[in-house]
Ligand binder design. Structure first.
Ligand code: SF4
Ligand code: SF4
Length: 317
């Protein structure tokens, strides 16, 4: 299996908060999640891992999700088993979408690369490619070739590598954000020239860009955003956490809540104290943070700056 150096999921998936080993979510628990999402009127079933397509019942999960009228969104490295590719290929593009993290890893073997190419070739329009930026010098032009060759969606998702609280993954230091901001704007312009728009994951900051660069992104990308709202992940044993970078802290259980909104409100309240700190020392006195214009970047930086981490599990009260 591939192990990306910046991966959020690697450390967390396959482990429940009470350390019971379980790599895959059982069908029983998947049904509970679907029931919960239906109750919440959430019409999207997001499947992620690790690599979710390695779940032995993956095709059945997608089929059941579609039968319940969910749009199924899959986060994948595209090294999918053939039985999954062959099944997904039969489904309408409007019902299933795939966000493919295709950041090149030095350790990828020829066989891995060929498997990715096979998936891209077969699933074309269902796939949006994404990259995670680990440093100011990042490659992206290979994505243009991929999009053109395999007729993928003409969109690229861009995220920055965030720290995972309580672990030691590779992440982008906030001291490099300004330099990365300029590189992202260059990427937006190059993409636009290819009739491709880039869009952003959470955790960007206002001071990554000059005012002129923000103007460029407004016109030449899907739009500049600085989100940091709970994404809410649910683990195999129905543990719940705010988002992968915070997956090692403040875990709760799904059955403590009635709706996704309740979970979101819970995490907003629990994490509120960290919002005043931001990802850099400058944030504490920044007028943009005070006015709520910038959220101060990913909360994982703020939490990591404390000597004591929040508890691993908490009651949802
Ligand atoms: S809050 Fe922090 S990250 Fe945001 S603009 Fe101010 S200094 Fe930059
Ligand atoms: S803490 Fe906020 S910015 Fe960081 S990953 Fe979670 S939601 Fe995104």
């Amino acid at each position: 299996m591939r192990k990306c150096t910046f991966c959020f999921a690697r450390s967390r998936i396959g482990r429940s908060a009470d350390t019971k080993k379980s790599r895959h979510m059982s069908l029983e628990n998947i049904h509970k999640v679907m029931d919960f999402l239906e109750k919440t009127n959430d019409c999207q079933l997001r499947l992620l891992g690790g690599e979710p397509t390695l779940h032995p019942e993956f095709n059945r999960i997608v089929k059941e999700g579609l039968e319940r009228n969910f749009h199924v969104h899959i986060f994948s490295n595209c090294m999918m088993p053939d039985r999954v590719v062959n099944y997904l290929k039969t489904l309408p593009d409007k019902d299933v979408s795939i966000l493919a993290n295709v950041s090149a890893q030095e350790s990828d073997t020829r066989e891995m690369k060929e498997r990715v190419e096979r998936t891209l070739e077969q699933l074309g329009e269902k796939i949006t490619v994404g990259i995670t930026v680990p440093s100011p010098q990042f490659e992206y032009k290979f994505l243009f070739d991929m999009i053109n060759k395999y007729k993928l969606r003409r969109r690229i998702r861009v995220g920055i590598a965030q720290p995972i609280v309580g672990t030691s993954n590779e992440f982008l230091r906030p001291s490099m954000y300004r330099e990365v901001g300029t590189a992202i704007v260059k990427m937006a312009l190059d993409s636009y020239a290819q009739d491709i728009l880039i869009g952003f994951d959470c955790g960007l900051t206002l001071c990554m860009f000059s005012e002129m660069e923000i103007g460029t992104l407004a016109k030449k990308s899907e739009g500049f955003t600085m989100l940091c709202d709970p994404i809410i992940d649910i683990g195999p044993e129905l543990d719940v956490w705010n988002c992968f970078p915070l997956s090692e802290v403040l875990n709760t259980k799904l059955d403590m809540f009635k709706t996704i909104n309740e979970i979101t409100a819970f995490y907003n309240k629990r994490l509120r104290p960290y919002r005043d700190f931001g990802c850099m020392v400058e944030c504490a006195s920044c007028v943009h943070l005070k006015h709520g214009i910038c959220k101060g970047g990913c909360l994982a930086h703020a939490i990591n700056s404390f000597n004591k981490l929040p508890p691993r599990t908490v009651d949802a009260i």
